[in-house]
Write a protein that binds this ligand. Sequence first.
Ligand code: C2O
Ligand code: CU
Ligand code: CU
Length: 485
Amino acid sequence: MPPVSRRTILIVGGVGGLTALVGGAGLLWGSTGSQLPGGTGTLSGADDLLQPEMVRSDAGLLRVRLSSAEAAVRIGGREATVLTYNGSLPGPTLVLRPGDRLEVELENGLDAITNLHVHGLHVTPRGNGDNVLLAIDPGDTVDYAYDLPADHAPGVYWYHPHHHGNTADQVAAGLYGAIIVEDPEPIAVTRERVLVISDLSLDGAGRVAPASTRDRMMGREGELVLVNGQLAPTLSARPGERERWRVVNACTSRYLSLRLDGQGLQLLGMDSGRDAEPESVEEVRLAPGNRADLLVDAASGSSTLRTNPVERGSMPGMMGGPTTTGADLAVFEVSGDAVDVPPPVPRQSAPRDLRDEAVTGRREITLAMGMGGMGASGMAFTIDGREFAADRVDTSVDLGAVEEWTLVNTSPMDHPFHLHVWPMQVVEYPGTSIDRPIWRDVVNLPARSRVRVRVPFEDFTGTTVYHCHILDHEDLGMMGIIEAR
Ligand code: C2O
Ligand code: CU
Ligand code: CU
């Protein structure tokens, strides 16, 4: 592998260098499994990591009922009241194949408006498809249907609510689940796991703590960082075993910078972007909304899955930047008799490269923070100078266009830019020379920077959104509407 590969991984989060540990107010919650502030590397694993229930498509169809409602769950040995799909944190994992149809009956058992978004799936935004402009009232049930194209990219995706104004509150309280689109040719591993990483803060009564105005401006970060709803779980393997971890950053606003020192870590792909060959990595950065498809080769001993602190800029006119603290997430325990190392991963087909194709249009999209604005904060979070309006189309594109977008962040804080329906190829990134096609649906825009992406507007017409995936910022107005026609 050329040395450029490590830099490429950093594009994921691309959030500047690592900083020294900053002591977060790490809450010690419960008696089993402790999470120490800042990720100190002394973690005693508690219960075994559980897998969310898996539901698979059969003969091209997956039909599932998702009921969103308040529920009592156990976190770190104590009872907590959160929001869940079907009573579990996270919700069930939906397993699909390219070409499948997914039908979801979404029941709103919350006391607020909600809806459903299938993050990263390349499906129509029209009607009861991936339509985040739908508003489902409390007590109502709506049928969604999603038809995956036969050539849909395999990978890790996820679902979460997306009603403007309360997306962050609902995701932070527990509404999320993983979606897997399986590989056409299976990759041989000893076992597969889903790791949905989320964070939340609980008050003394075990209820989800409300976010302050300052939290929303910064992007809230929960005191507890959970894997599959668990605090500091243990994963066990034997030496030589190879695991596949499908990791979702479902945190409302927290950036992750994952390490698993002492074991072998390879990146198969991120979001819908799959490289031709897996590459060895030391650290994988995931902005809010990003996913990683990882191969873990168990070597020996006990390792901590850790997220390191991430510097993500500063807040205009305020003291102290929004530095994401680190945390110890889980223990990977390797013991027992060694097994034979599994066969190498078959070479994947080379990803499409839009740098070889004609661009039909160029535009610039600017994310900014300034004074004024709709919230109590007095701070406006804008795209192209405007806050979100549900009745205004901000960007129109022609079906079939291949556009080059220059994404400009004029603010002193990072913003992870997310476009629905159509994946983006990153063609220019600050401080990075890009040696191969990199496809993402969330691209971090470092503070005061410009990033260039190319987007093929293919297959679907209709209206959908792009926004900052610090979901607090999205709710504060950093979202725009795009129509393809
Ligand atoms: Cu993960 Cu617009 O969403
Ligand atoms: Cu999305
Ligand atoms: Cu933002």
